[in-house]
Design a protein around this ligand. Sequence first.
Ligand code: SF4
Ligand code: SF4
Length: 141
Amino acid sequence: MKIGSIFNDVIKSFFSAPVTEKYPFEKPETAVRFRGKLSFDPSKCTGCNLCSKDCPANAIEIVIIDRAAKRFVARYNMDRCVYCAQCIQSCKFKCLDMPNDDWELAALNKDSFAVNYGKDEDIASFMERFAVSKAEPVQEG
Ligand code: SF4
Ligand code: SF4
């Protein structure tokens, strides 16, 4: 490569915008089918647990507080999740989703990867009932 052509590139780069993304100052758009963090709608859930049975990574668990009153807590371990979306396929009631705009999941604390979904009172009741920390599996019986 000739020195002259390098010089041309240097001059050009002074007057052109950088190609790097401005993240985290500007959040880039993701593809429509990109799978972000799992979401859960307890109001549609039946507690059938198909999502949990079909999960290959043991990353989701549905705790039934009161089936008749539709009180459920979904425990999701996003650090175990392989984002395969099998749970979404298995759920016949469309309770689960992986929105493409919720993907900023990095954290410094391992506990942040264990998420409990549901109403606040149901999560509190479940934590008290099973006396578990956020990341432990539930021992029902
Ligand atoms: S996306 Fe796959 S790994 Fe993650 S919770 Fe659902 S079934 Fe399990
Ligand atoms: S498969 Fe759907 S309805 Fe069944 S427990 Fe899971 S989230 Fe609830």
